[in-house]
Design a protein around this ligand. Structure first.
Ligand code: ATP
Length: 556
């Protein structure tokens, strides 16, 4: 196990996921699915504001990648076409793609509590107090495997956040420093200083326990549920695809799968698109839609759920150009997330190490993840999108399994070949979560609103609100007229209830960038008060200029 010295420290405490989840429920962004039946683990429903936010993200992606994509590395416009394929495809699809054989996670059971978790999502916490910090690296490593705690988390950063959020886990120790660790290599190890009630100081270390360690030393890894040694089973492979049956009989002959990724629906239609749309390689096919994975441990709000949405492009290019396009897409995709409001500090590109590469990417130039620093991975990062070189793996496999001829005929070269495929594969649901995390800003100093959601105006579920200051004296009529004018172009909210301060606070939590209030002065001089969400600053503007004001700031 590596024992590198800490490379980076940070004192920025992560935002609280509990508060964000509560706000999402209170303001109608996201609700637990089947809530009146106590919920169903791994499934979520989008409320009115969440639906708008998700639609805005989806539409921005479709617009910027399909309708009006960026120019290619040579300045030529890209050609990208959309499809919308069935969720259930012929079961051979998933044999050809490798999912039946290889889309597995290692699952471990606690034989006493009967609980289950993913072996590659286990973090051991070594807690050293008093005399232990001066132990040598080797001694610490030895002791690491008799830890007091294990936590389920896929990165040490995520485990650190679990400890910070759950004070009972650490009791009676107190963490006296921020967690520090290798931000460039966040999966490895994190360290923080601790103190016990007698003032003895020490350290806590968090490190990911690799699957092989469970396999080789099952007696020395405590269960995360009971802390007991020797109660964990060896990891078993568990296929993540949801099975169902097509037709009236439910035998093995009728088995079908809910798609675990949208990509295969693109490969199945690659020939149809080529034959009908007069495109030439290089070109892309895009799809947005639902995907289903029977995740062993769905966690972290909508980050890892069992039903989610993806936005995927398969970019078909000549094999010798794969590297050029791979680099191009890495750059384009990172910049795109920035353009819709994610900050540079919270984004990083991380190249997969060889042992992480998916089966199809092994021969190609690799896989880059666009990673976002979510509150629960802080100070580490979690995957938001993967840009992979899938080589010609999928087309070759489908040709072999289906017998259809899937090679491309290049007229200029007078040659048949399988194009290589570069795949930017983004999570729409994870993108929504990143936007929510980025926007979520506690505002203890502000009167009225406890939080502001400062979405990029292009993403905001409600773009502006129109309020009559009071619900009388001719104000509602003027406000209503302005509302009717604006709603033809923008997502506008009209609200007459409660004090104006409460209405502003509601809009701050919903992330509405601008509010316009009709007051007594409006009736005298045709000006309205406009209020800006991020600063709470107010000013007056002529009612006739409101539409132009919004066009300047939001577009349209
Ligand atoms: P992870 O390692 O987090 O399980 P992955 O590498 O298996 O993800 P891909 O197969 O590359 O993910 O899927 C592409 C994208 O789909 C991911 O970057 C992520 O945004 C999204 N995604 C994958 N699994 C889930 C899930 N269970 N819930 C929500 N989004 C997901």
């Amino acid at each position: 196990m590596s024992q590198n010295p800490p490379a980076d420290t940070t004192d920025n405490p992560a935002k609280s996921m509990d508060e964000l989840v509560a706000l999402c429920k209170r303001r109608g962004f996201i609700f637990p699915a089947s809530e009146i039946y106590d919920g169903i683990n791994g499934f979520w429903d989008y409320g009115p504001l969440g639906t708008e936010l998700k639609n805005n993200l989806r539409d921005a992606w479709w617009n910027d990648m399909v309708k009006s994509p960026p120019a290619g590395p040579d300045g030529e416009p890209l050609s990208i076409l959309g499809v919308d394929s069935a969720i259930i495809q012929h079961p051979k699809t998933w044999a050809a793609s490798g999912h039946v054989e290889g889309f597995n996670d290692p699952m471990v059971d606690d034989t006493e509590t009967k609980q289950r978790f993913r072996a590659d999502q286990l973090v051991g916490a070594w807690i050293g107090i008093g005399d232990r910090p001066e132990l040598s690296a080797e001694e610490r490593e030895e002791r690491f495997f008799s830890p007091d705690r294990t936590i389920i988390a896929s990165t040490a950063g995520e485990a650190a956040q679990t400890l910070l959020d759950d004070k009972k886990l650490l009791k009676p120790l107190r963490i006296t420093s921020p967690f520090r660790g290798h931000l460039r290599d966040p999966k490895r190890i994190l360290i923080a200083d601790i103190e016990d009630p007698n003032g003895n100081r020490g350290q806590i270390q968090l490190e990911l326990i690799p699957v092989d360690d469970i396999r080789n030393q099952p007696d020395q890894i405590p269960s995360p549920y009971s802390s007991k040694m020797g109660v964990l089973t060896e990891p078993r492979q568990f296929n993540l695809m949801f099975r169902t049956f097509v037709g009236a009989t439910s035998g093995e002959d009728n088995v079908a799968y809910l798609r675990p990724e949208t990509a295969q629906g693109i490969f199945l239609n690659y020939k149809n698109v080529l034959d009908t749309m007069r495109v030439k390689v290089p070109f892309g096919i895009a799809q947005i839609g639902k995907a289903f994975r029977n995740e062993v441990t769905p966690r972290n709000f909508i980050f890892r759920s069992r039903e989610f949405e993806q936005m995927e492009i398969e970019w078909f290019c000549p094999p010798e150009d794969a590297r050029k396009w791979y680099e191009f897409w890495c750059e384009v995709r990172k910049n795109w997330w920035k353009s819709i409001g994610l900050t540079d500090a919270n984004l990083q590109m991380r190249e997969h190490e060889n042992d992480e590469l998916a089966h199809y990417a092994k021969q190609g130039c690799g896989c880059f993840d666009v990673e976002y620093r979510f509150p629960f991975t802080y100070p580490g990062y979690g995957e938001l999108e993967g840009v992979a070189d899938r080589t010609d793996f999928d087309l070759r496999q489908h040709e072999e399994y289906s017998g259809a001829k899937l090679k491309y005929f290049d007229q200029e070269r007078n040659e048949h070949y399988f194009p290589y495929v570069i795949e930017p594969s983004a999570g729409l649901s994870r993108g929504v979560l990143a936007l929510l995390c980025e926007a979520f800003t506690p505002t203890p100093e502000r009167k009225g609103s406890k939080y502001v959601m400062n979405f990029h105006p292009r993403m905001a579920p409600i773009q502006c609100a129109v309020f009559p200051l009071v619900n009388k004296d001719g104000m509602p009529e003027v406000a209503r007229k302005l509302y009717d004018d604006l709603r033809r172009k923008y997502a506008v909210q009209f609200d007459v209830k409660q004090s104006i301060g409460k209405r502003y606070a509601r809009m701050d939590e919903g992330g509405t960038p601008y509010c316009f209030t009709i007051d007594s002065e409006t009736l005298e001089n045709n000006t309205v008060t406009w209020r800006e969400r991020d600063t709470a600053a107010q000013d007056r503007i002529s009612i006739d200029r409101v539409a132009a004001f919004l066009a300047d700031r939001i577009g349209g």
